[in-house]
Write a protein that binds this ligand. Structure first.
Ligand code: TA6
Length: 303
């Protein structure tokens, strides 16, 4: 949908549409703060609570060409997280088209609705299959992202299996949080959970106490539905991450060497962001039966 078509279809005092390079941007502003998404991947790129700094980080060298997902914000990973696992569907002729983290973040979504809910603003983005998407994912689906800017910023990813067969879903809100210093940053809420260390050949252990971010780091915590808190001390704030229907958390930072492999991320910016991802990944991937729908929710707030 073009900016003109969106302006034609939706006129709401809290919502503006604009073009940025090849992308359509959706700006939301109300008494609670502001947020910006792009219809490319339905990716949230900015969330500022009223009077506060941005909660999210976006790379200074991110691309807005509609070919590569914008580096930063909240990429939507669906219907698989990480590299595609052929076991999900069985070897499939389209496997070569299956890029990292699913199909949703590489597609242009439509805006389905814009409405006020009390003092909050609720925008729904929708994605259904097309010939391009079918090259990578042959099964019919519909995917909706509900975004509500209110006291908190709430996102719900609602996926429906419209095909005639069951598949397994793994998914994530791959959130890049903006922080003062990634190294040593404390994340609370994972004590006692099962930790899978992707940088140590998937070694499993039990997390004891709070997590102090390392750079680099890539750890998946599975089997826990709890709330996380990021202690962003340099910015004198705590970022609270609540969830529903998510049992995994992914903590990732590329570190000083790893960042060099990302052309869309300046080498010195790895210290300014941590990925704390609300997900259903690895052990927490789940079957989605033909005709079934699953909704995963993340709620962000700052204190
Ligand atoms: O969530 C961590 C991760 O899977 C890392 O392995 C790294 O690949 C990161 O996501 C970014 O992936 P992307 O495909 O966006 O470059």
């Amino acid at each position: 949908m073009t900016v003109e078509a969106l302006k034609e279809q939706f006129s709401h005092p809290d919502v503006r549409f604009r073009q940025q390079d090849a992308l359509v941007m959706v700006d939301i502003e109300n008494a609670h703060g502001s947020a910006t998404l792009t219809t490319f991947g339905a990716t949230l790129l900015s969330y500022r609570p009223k009077g506060g700094a941005d909660v999210l980080w976006v790379s200074d060298t991110a691309l807005y060409d509609g070919k590569k997902p914008v580096r930063g914000g909240v990429p939507v990973c669906w219907p698989w997280f990480g590299p595609y696992d052929p076991a999900a569907l069985g070897p499939d002729p389209s496997d070569e088209h299956k890029k990292g983290h699913g199909i949703a973040r590489y597609a242009f979504w439509d805006v389905e609705s814009v409405e006020s809910v009390g003092e909050a603003t609720h925008v729904v983005f929708v994605l259904t299959s097309d010939d391009d998407i079918r090259k990578a994912w042959p099964l019919e689906f519909s995917l909706r992202l509900h975004v509500t800017l209110g006291e908190a910023l709430e996102m719900t990813l609602e996926g429906e299996n419209r095909s005639d067969r069951e598949w397994r879903v793994s998914e994530a809100f791959h959130t890049y949080f903006g922080v003062g210093e990634a190294e040593g940053l404390v994340v609370r809420g994972l004590d006692g959970t099962t930790r899978i260390d992707k940088l140590a050949d998937g070694e499993r252990g039990t997390q004891s106490g709070d997590v102090a971010m390392m750079t680099p780091m890539e750890q998946v915590f599975v089997g826990h539905p709890g709330t996380l808190v990021i202690e962003d001390r340099d910015n004198a704030r705590e970022i609270v991450i609540e969830r529903e229907n998510s049992a995994s958390s992914v903590l990732w930072n590329p570190g000083p060497e790893g960042v060099q492999s990302f052309a869309d991320m300046p080498d010195d910016q790895y210290r300014k962001t941590v990925c704390v991802e609300v997900a259903n990944a690895l052990d927490d991937a789940y079957p989605l039966a033909a005709g079934a729908t699953h909704a995963m929710t993340m709620r962000l707030s700052v204190r």
